[in-house]
Write a protein that binds this ligand. Structure first.
Ligand SMILES: CCC/C=C/C(=O)SCCNC(=O)CCNC(=O)[C@H](O)C(C)(C)COP(=O)([O-])OP(=O)([O-])OC[C@H]1O[C@@H](n2cnc3c(N)ncnc32)[C@H](O)[C@@H]1OP(=O)([O-])[O-]
Length: 725
């Protein structure tokens, strides 16, 4: 709703729709009523619009875009109504003015912002454009380069930058509403023509055409398959080429194209999925709504390898004092240098000096080899390499040394949390925190609870993720957890496709064209092929512990490909050795080139094993890789390892480079249609009966059988009994 009040000559209209004052129909209607009332009242000389609870508005309701009654046209009409008011209208921007919220403010004749307010037109990140005439007004106010930047990136800018750009007229540190009322009183009677943005010309550039053509190339490059940035560009270009009314018509046409696109639906789903994933529950009944986190005022990190360094950097950036521990002075010194380098770089990027991050202060960041220094910390993150015996030894020590109540986290990508916790006397405080490399950059944090992990421990880890500006997703304990478990069948299919006739570059191209940042073979080369090799050796799948007489391409009755093992046996570990599935310019090089050596290895391999190579088309590559990954996702949901498909999608978007405009693997499956996914899995599993990853999961079959329900209803078809935990 919008509340109407008076401050003698100024009518005050307050947008009220908690928590972020989205512009629902009711809010728009009340805003319109308020404007009409102010217009009709001769004692009102000016109007001030502000938001309830220190927030102006987060714009249109994202949940409303899929509704047939979406308020697109009425929002644009309302912005015009504000602008055409005969009495001056001032926006008092506190907290946020985003999307339609900022467009309302652009309709106002003046804007006053609080110094801590942020403004932006993030529609592009939702697959849309600012369709309430924002693409036409903003360039008139702040010029084409700045407007194009804001509209095509969707970035939020602070009030101080908004002031420099001319987006707001005043920035205040005290009460914004009072400052806006003061301004409203001051401008009573002044001509409004020059303040109406629709009447202003777009500021000229010396060579607008050249600027626009360069900008278009930049926008296309950054878009990575997303439609919205290009259409945002076209709408802004229209502002430079047409009168306001024609530009608005063009904006509306482009908006409708985007609104009906699958990409907009996927991106809006991804936004809401990220919020849904914060609402964790466990099959044991623990939940975000009842668990309370413990404060984390200090932390320790054990192990300063690649992961540990990134984790220390993240903690320092979040202003949490850290003790960094290594096993001996040599490792400690190497780790310290690397961490300092990372922090220097981060400080430069953040445009704050090392002094603000304060990492030279031993009270903020301390390096040690002494376990006793961990006595008083609130939380420890162990980040040594993946070795169960070593991790158990460390946790045993921690359980003796750390203060009661300290949260004990293990950074692992696959190891059993319960087994690690069994080495302590306090398994309720042990939890998995799976960071992704580089840990100070990647947004995902998989949070893995064990059999005994307490709800408080889970809530504390979730809170930590927030403090680190990461997306924490709570999942159950199983081999590979969610992300890597779904990745296994995907990579397995990619390798089987090579055996059958394809090449790494062909498989990668198909998945990169789909939208992945890198395909499975470039990803393996980047991560290092030796990691999986060691794990397979540990599982007895390769190496000397494989019993004599085991068929080369079979393990426990299932199809197995020794190809990755053969590469490792030749010392090809990927980028770090300059050779893997591709060749690189040097060890540590990053430019992947197809390798004739590998092609001839594949030919020889097929000869040796009597495989007749065949041409494999793009459809088969895509379906076998993606549908086997999705199939595993259904098994994970059925086992209660994750609370919903949104959790899996958030993990894939933020940790595995899944294209956000395709909404995540489970959302993608819902758009393909579950009966089709099922039929394809049936087809491929019939052709490859010895590959369990292609056999459709019972949950997928059930959902297809009940008529392909929408994704938000999937979990209601899961009976409680099927939960494994
Ligand atoms: C008409 C044509 C042109 C106009 C287009 C538009 O305006 S497009 C829109 C352009 N605007 C945007 O893209 C802004 C998108 N929003 C944001 O960027 C952030 O939410 C934030 C910065 C507003 C607050 O961040 P924060 O970390 O403080 O909090 P938080 O993120 O956890 O959110 C709290 C709750 O609010 C909910 N919610 C929030 N916004 C919307 C919304 N617009 N809609 C619906 N719901 C919204 C959110 O789901 C959550 O609900 P839950 O899960 O508790 O039920």
């Amino acid at each position: 709703m919008a509340q109407y009040a008076r401050s003698p000559a100024v009518a005050v209209i307050r947008l009220r729709n908690p928590p972020v004052n989205t512009l629902s129909f009711a809010v728009l209607q009340a805003l319109e009523d308020g404007l009409e009332k102010a217009d009709a009242d001769p004692s009102v000389k000016a109007v001030m619009i502000c938001g309830e609870n220190g927030k102006f508005s987060a714009g249109a309701d994202i949940r409303g875009f899929s509704s047939p009654n979406r308020p697109v046209k009425s929002l644009a009409a309302l912005v015009s109504l504000i602008e055409s008011s005969k009495k001056p209208v001032v926006a008092a921007i506190e907290g946020i003015a985003l999307g339609g919220g900022l467009e309302v403010a652009l309709g106002c004749h003046y804007r006053v912002a609080h110094v801590k307010a942020r403004m932006g037109l993030p529609e592009v990140t939702l697959g849309l454009l600012p369709g309430a005439e924002g693409t036409q007004r903003l360039p008139r106010l702040i010029g084409v380069p700045a407007a194009l930047d804001m509209i095509t990136t969707g970035k939020h800018i602070p009030a101080t930058e908004a002031l420099k750009l001319g987006l707001v007229d005043e920035v205040v540190e005290e009460n914004t509403v009072e400052a806006a009322i003061r301004l409203a009183n001051k401008v009573i009677g002044q001509p409004l023509g020059p303040r109406r943005l629709s009447l202003k010309p777009v500021p000229k550039l010396p060579d607008m055409e050249a600027f626009l053509s360069q900008a278009r190339v930049r926008v296309k490059k950054q878009a990575q398959g997303c439609l919205a940035p290009e259409l945002c560009f076209q709408a802004v270009r229209a502002a430079t080429q047409m009168p306001f009314a024609d530009g608005v018509r063009r904006e509306r046409e482009l908006f409708m194209v985007l609104l009906s696109s699958g990409q907009a639906r996927a991106l809006q789903y991804a936004f809401l999925a990220e919020r849904a994933a914060q609402k964790w529950t466990t099959p044991g009944g623990a939940s975000w709504s009842s668990a309370t986190p413990q404060p984390v005022r200090s932390a320790a990190v054990i192990g300063l390898g690649t992961m540990g360094r990134g984790i220390v950097t993240s903690l320092v950036k979040a202003n949490i004092p850290v003790v960094a521990l290594e096993q001996d002075l040599e490792y400690l010194n190497t780790g310290r240098k690397a961490v300092m380098l990372l922090l220097e770089r981060e400080a430069m990027k953040m445009e704050v000096g090392a002094q603000t991050l304060d990492f030279h202060n031993p009270a903020r960041l301390q390096f040690t080899v002494d376990f006793d220094s961990l006595r008083d910390v609130d939380l420890v993150i162990e980040a040594v390499f993946e070795n169960m015996a070593l991790k158990k030894e460390i946790f045993h020590k921690l359980s003796r040394i750390c203060k009661p109540g300290a949260l004990l986290c293990t950074n692992t990508s696959a190891l059993n949390i319960d087994e690690i916790a069994s080495a302590t006397s306090r398994p309720q405080q042990v939890i998995g925190t799976h960071f992704f490399s580089p840990a100070h950059v990647m947004r995902l944090l998989e949070i893995i609870y064990g059999r005994h992990t307490s709800p408080t421990a889970i809530a504390t880890a979730v809170q930590l993720a927030k403090a680190l500006k990461k997306v924490g997703v709570v999942v159950g304990n199983c081999f590979g957890f969610v992300g890597n478990r779904m990745m296994f069948p995907y990579v397995q299919q990619a390798v089987f496709l090579l055996e059958e006739g394809s090449r790494p570059e062909a498989v990668d191209r198909v998945l990169e064209d789909f939208g992945f940042k890198i395909g499975p073979f470039r990803m393996s080369d980047l991560a290092g092929l030796d990691v999986g090799w060691r794990s397979r050796q540990g599982q007895g799948l390769t190496g000397p512990s494989v019993p004599a007489g085991t068929p080369a391409r079979q393990r426990q009755g299932q199809r197995y490909s020794p190809l990755p093992d053969l590469l490792c046996e030749s010392g090809r570990f990927g980028q770090k050795t300059g050779k893997g599935w591709y060749q690189y310019e040097k060890a540590g090089g990053r430019t992947a080139t197809p390798d004739p050596w590998l092609h001839s290895l594949l030919a020889q391999y097929r000869d040796t094993h009597g495989i007749e190579p065949r041409f494999i088309d793009q459809e088969e590559i895509l379906e076998r890789c993606l549908f086997s990954l999705i199939n595993e996702g259904f098994a994970i949901l059925a086992e209660g390892i994750a609370s919903g498909p949104e959790h899996l999608d958030v993990i894939y978007i933020n940790g595995y480079g899944w294209p956000k405009h395709k909404g995540g693997p489970m959302f993608y499956a819902s758009t393909v249609g579950l009966p089709r996914v099922l039929a394809k899995l049936h087809k491929y599993s019939e052709a490859h009966p010895d590959v369990p990853g292609l056999q459709p999961s019972a949950f997928l079959k059930k959902l297809a059988a009940v008529g392909n329900p929408p994704i938000k209803e999937w979990m209601s078809y899961l009976s409680q009994q099927s939960s494994r935990l």
